[in-house]
Design a protein. Sequence first.
Length: 512
Amino acid sequence: MFKHLLPKATSRPLLRPASNTFRASPSTFYLVDRSQYRRGYATEAEEKDLVIIGGGVAGYVAAIKAGQAGLKVACIEKRGTLGGTCLNVGCIPSKSLLNNSHLYHQILHDTKNRGIDVEGVKLNLEQMMKAKDTSVAGLTKGVEFLFKKNNVEYIKGTGAFADEHTIAVNLIDGGETSVRGKNIIIATGSEATPFPGLNIDEKKVVTSTGAIAMTKVPKKMVVIGGGIIGLEMGSVWSRLGAEVTVVEFLGQIGGPGMDAEISKAIQKTLQKQGMKFKLNTKVMSGDDSGESVKIAVEAAKGGKEETLDADVVLVAIGRRPYTAGLGLENIGLETDNRGRLVIDQEYRTKLPHIRVIGDCTFGPMLAHKAEEEAVAAIEYITKNYGHVNYGAIPSVMYTHPEVAWVGQNEAELKEAGIKYKVGSFPFTANSRAKTNLDTEGMVKFLCDAETDRILGIHIMGPNAGEMIAEGTLALEYGASAEDVARTCHAHPTLAEAFKEAAMATYDKAVHY
Ligand SMILES: Cc1cc2nc3c(=O)[nH]c(=O)nc-3n(C[C@H](O)[C@H](O)[C@H](O)COP(=O)(O)OP(=O)(O)OC[C@H]3O[C@@H](n4cnc5c(N)ncnc54)[C@H](O)[C@@H]3O)c2cc1C
């Protein structure tokens, strides 16, 4: 069906001059075994249906889907392991530490009232880090297995455009190779945005990469940036005993997507857990020349100045697209003023056989968004259609309790002039949350005032990250609050709070 994409025979004879074919006369060519003339070249510029640069979530998912579709595909990754930021230094290791630090904190502070007497609780940080590394290794190896299963060629090295169809690769194990692609996907991801004037050494001044690998609990930690990564990593080290202060330029934590009411509520809870916050505050400068790091801060609108002292400073002011060394200049591709590769709605650059997905282009920098784009990009290549609903991409913050949302928040609806109604339900009135002694938070629905169609769902509560899947499905299918309210939910579950919030939006909740 897709003739242009069908794999070509690999052992076809050389019929035209190539640099390492022996040439007897201008018109005579001999077929030779090229392998004996390679010096550090793993393959010659063999043509694939698809070459992917970057083996993160975007790249590896695209590679697997391409393999499943019967494409001849290669994926180039320079890290030495697959899975990118997410599996190696992002989602997975941070969630391992969040889970285990929560357990430690709960055992220390929340067992007596549950009838469990625990004595002699001690932190073994080395083992906690090992547990994290075991999860990471298992998952990255798992992706490698999936590559084999789906006939994806895994090229370990750094790729750069030699021309519009050829990627030159500096191999990790030495030497070079090159690979040609009829189609190419750039999925090179993102990196932490540095803070001007602070030298990141991943020991005293760390990004999230250093923050998931510390060998001792700092006494004092300053987190610059109260977004999701800052709050998650701040939570981990606060639970393990650090005195954590979060400095945030905006007037709320959690980033602009988090609903303001939920943001206030989770801030209160995190404060109860021991974290300190300085909102509407900007960091002016940092001095890491001494044993500790000194951070000068000032009220965002100017005025009050203060110096904070920390053993470790976490720079968590956001991430930026990563395209360094890709050789974009060799093919005339440019990035916009925020470093993002520019694409159309089918992920095509101005060179239509080159597509871009994941963190290095537009949209939220989230692993599941990258994964959706990967599937869609392969569908565009093989079937000419694909689907990602950017209005229904959930966000989750894995603190305790978790915060999760999908769709628009109140501020966004107000700004857009949309008339909406609100319905909410607190976990204090939910039977499962009560039996679990875990009742902080609520579910909040925002629905169109006239049609009852769901516009946004915001949850703070235990397992909010799991519950938001139901909200995303409802949004994807254009459901109303009544649709959700009339759907039977098992008892006793936290999900009943979801149903009751929907009931509260279109009618009245039963249990509150
Ligand atoms: C601490 C932290 C926690 C996070 N938690 C979550 C979370 O809970 N949920 C969530 O959805 N998202 C989370 N994220 C974000 C998520 O990790 C990213 O959105 C996701 O990894 C993006 O995938 P990607 O494939 O676009 O890029 P990446 O995962 O960054 O992968 C890009 C890959 O390309 C490789 N590469 C780059 N240039 C080249 C080259 N020239 N040649 C070969 N290889 C190259 C890189 O080595 C990298 O492995 C978190 C991020 C961080 C930092």
